[in-house]
Design a protein. Sequence first.
Length: 215
Amino acid sequence: MLRYVTTNPGKVREAERYLSDGSVERLDFDYPEIQAPELGPIAARGAREAYRHAGEPVLVDDAGLFVEGLDGFPGPYSSYVEETLGIERVREVAADLDDRRAAFRCVLGYCDGDGFAASPDPVDRGDRDAAAAAGPGGEEAGPDEDGEADALPVKLFEGYAPGRIVAPRGEGGFGYDPIFEHDGETFAEMDTERKNAVSHRGRALEKFAEWYADR
Ligand SMILES: O=c1[nH]c(=O)c2ncn([C@@H]3O[C@H](COP(=O)(O)OP(=O)(O)OP(=O)(O)O)[C@@H](O)[C@H]3O)c2[nH]1
């Protein structure tokens, strides 16, 4: 049984479509998150912590909103900023910027404790063209990437969605969705199926699901 590890019900709703073959269950476990400027090391360490807790294969999902005009802030701190400032304040800060472009990123970390065949497929580092070109596969997190010695192997899958920060619109989704516009619609104006088709999480999950089925 694979455990999709998250405390966030919004993530689960989106992941269900990709993980609904009966071999996956959600595990509501708040694994300790390291502080790092990138999502990859956070997901890698989280996957190891979650695996040690669960004793079964796990998939963790680390995501964030990166605002261009704020040098990528809140990025890996998105959850903390959402809880403290709130999305309205983020929107207010962004409203004063010339450059309101932003991107959502999601990194999934898979750990099953004993490793897996390394994939020769290209790795999506999050850039839009690379995202379009990259197939399933994912990246092996290096043993020392997050500073942990003797680390368990973790496979990473990244997804990216470009957009811009706008005044809130829409009732759906969760988190920053009402203020993130992609192709003329906010994520909160999209139903789950439409959001999954274009979102950072949908792209990462698609790559993971393809790799997982073929591994
Ligand atoms: O509008 C949004 N649409 C999305 O699709 C999305 N994905 C993530 N987020 C936000 O980014 C932070 C992630 O933080 P995060 O990865 O640490 O997760 P989390 O703390 O919510 O749960 P957990 O999975 O760690 O238990 C949180 O503020 C989330 O609300 C999103 N916001």
